[in-house]
Design a protein around this ligand. Structure first.
Ligand code: ADP
Ligand code: MG
Ligand code: MG
Length: 531
């Protein structure tokens, strides 16, 4: 009997079942959950900054409660909330119907005779609205109305919200968010992969049923190898980013043996696996375009925050269960405030840009080079300067990168893909293009960013796209490492618990937000429940 095989089967079954969602145990748990009582929340209340963007725009629960407040207030506030809702929907319309939809919105909200007129609009905006025919309601004017709405909401409505019951409820949710997190908060499932300092396994939040990946860093291993500072840097960058195309951090906590990073679970395998392990080498053109568009948005998101990724390669692009991708492993990422450069040699052989190899100062340009290499690899099943399974020294790959022209011999290249790869693989960083639209002409970026474009390929729900556990588990124990007070301080600094935005999103998506806000819910035993 093959015990390893059996163990693997049992672990896979438990893991796949958990992803199936809804079970009795979960519903039972949820019925017993309660928010912390308002009187337990005074300290939290005073720690929340009086900042409109922070509270009412960035944080999903704040945004939802502020909207509920507006809809329950004066007609003028209700109209503002409805205008913003319709604006969001409009943004995601397909281009054919956008003009008509915009005119409808402007007619509804900007004409003084309409029931939903935004009465806070200043004279010059409304005068303009009166003067023009509806065909002239352009995006510029729409932007002006949007700005005026935001300015209005930041004033009196925000102040009123702040002293309303809706804000009291927000404070309770913030207190709930700050609860201490330990391993008891999760169920643990099979190992998905192995990293430098420990395993990555699937976990499920007991209260919501939400599945995540948990990257566990062995504390002793970290101390022995001096990996603490790097891991802290990775954690700090992960908690700052929030994008549909980056693996997001939802929780950071520690156990007696490990530091744990809980991130978006990606069950569809990495792109390297899809290039080389799914039959014929390479990925179909429509999938290459789709993934490249998502990667591009992910990179732009990092760059907008002055972060260089430095580890762009198919292996680090993971697919979720829907077939959408995210960049993962931000262990090499660095923050470079604008104007600053770095010359440190970092990255993976075959994907490193000429400026890195020459140890010249660089910034974001190196990520676009590596993306060029990655697109090439998705199409051709090999790298531009290194053939598949070619036994070649790093120095030779570097020489080719610096001196050779990139060749497009594979039959999979068409004009558009050659074009974009050539633009990314310009040896001089100043000639290199960020990205080019022609290649993406089939992609609408606002719809892509809202997750509305259907993936061209969807992972099968009953397949585990990870190597068998026997191949990845590692039982070796680090000996002779003791922790001192500095280590304990570091572990504490690392273990900051829930990360606001993904945590609040989890509460909303799982329905727990609505359940706990339900006015009919029994409030007899209000108080923070243990995990
Ligand atoms: P390291 O930085 O130590 O290399 P990684 O972040 O690359 O660690 O994670 C190690 C492996 O764990 C990956 O190669 C992948 O197989 C798996 N893995 C990492 N993050 C996730 C995730 N979010 N979802 C699913 N599997 C993951
Ligand atoms: Mg890795
Ligand atoms: Mg790493």
């Amino acid at each position: 009997c093959d015990m390893g095989g059996l163990e693997n089967l049992v672990a896979n079954t438990a893991y796949l079942n958990a992803q199936g969602g809804d079970d009795k145990e979960l519903r039972r748990r949820r019925r017993s959950l309660l928010l912390p009582r308002p009187e337990q929340c005074a300290a939290i209340r005073s720690s929340i900054p009086l900042d409109f963007e922070q509270v009412c725009e960035r944080q999903p629960i704040g945004k939802k409660l502020f909207r509920q407040f507006l809809l329950a207030s004066k007609p003028e506030y209700t109209a503002a909330a409805e205008f913003l809702d319709e604006l969001n929907e409009w943004d995601l319309e397909e281009s054919g119907s956008k003009d008509k939809a915009r005119q409808n919105i402007m007619n509804k909200f900007c004409r003084a005779e309409s029931n939903s007129f935004l009465s806070y609009l200043s004279g010059d905006v409304t005068d303009k609205c009166k003067a023009v025919s509806e065909k002239d309601f352009d995006e510029v004017m729409m932007g002006k109305v949007k700005d005026a709405t935001k300015k209005f909401l930041k004033g009196k409505p925000f102040t009123e919200f702040h002293s309303s019951l809706f804000f009291d409820r927000f404070v309770q949710w913030k207190a709930y968010e700050k609860q201490p997190i330990s391993e008891k908060y999760f169920y643990e499932f099979r190992t998905l992969g192995k990293g430098g300092f420990g395993e990555v396994c699937a976990v499920q939040v007991k209260n919501t049923g939400h599945m995540y990946a948990c990257k566990k860093l062995d504390k002793k291993h970290l101390k022995k190898k001096g990996g603490g500072a790097m891991s802290m840097l990775e954690k700090r960058i992960l908690e700052k980013v929030n994008s549909r195309f980056l693996v997001n951090l939802a929780y950071a906590f520690d156990t007696t043996t490990h530091l744990c990073l809980v991130m978006s679970l990606m069950t569809g395998g990495d792109l390297k696996y899809h290039i080389y392990n799914m039959g014929e080498r390479g990925i179909e053109p429509n999938r290459v375009i789709y993934y490249t568009a998502q990667i591009t948005v992910g990179l732009l998101h990092l760059h907008a925050m002055d972060i260089v990724y430095r580890d762009m390669k198919p292996e680090n692009v993971l697919l979720d269960s829907q077939g959408q991708c995210r960049l993962s492993d931000l262990g090499l990422a660095v923050e470079l405030p604008s104007g600053k450069t770095i010359c440190q040699k970092a990255g993976t052989s075959g994907y490193m840009a000429p400026e890195i190899l020459k140890e010249e100062p660089y910034r974001m340009s190196v990520d676009w080079w590596a993306l060029g290499c990655s697109i090439y690899e998705m199409v051709a099943g090999r790298l531009p300067f290194k053939d598949y399974k070619e036994k070649v020294q790093k120095e030779e790959v570097a020489r080719r990168t610096l001196e050779d022209e990139c060749k497009f011999e594979h039959k999979g290249f068409d004009a558009a893909s050659k074009d974009i790869i050539s633009l990314f693989l310009k040896k001089k960083p100043e000639e290199r293009l960020g990205y080019k639209w022609k290649f993406f002409k089939s992609i609408s970026f606002p719809r892509l960013e809202a997750g509305l474009i259907k993936p061209p390929w969807v992972p099968k729900p009953n397949v585990v796209y990870a190597k068998d556990m026997g191949d990845i588990r590692d039982f070796s124990e680090v000996k002779g490492v003791e922790f001192d007070s500095n280590d304990e301080k570091f572990f504490k600094e690392f273990s900051t618990g829930a990360v606001s935005i993904p945590w609040q999103q989890e509460m909303i998506d799982s329905g727990l937000f609505d359940e706990l806000n339900d006015p009919n819910r029994k409030e007899s035993s209000w108080g923070l429940k243990e995990n």
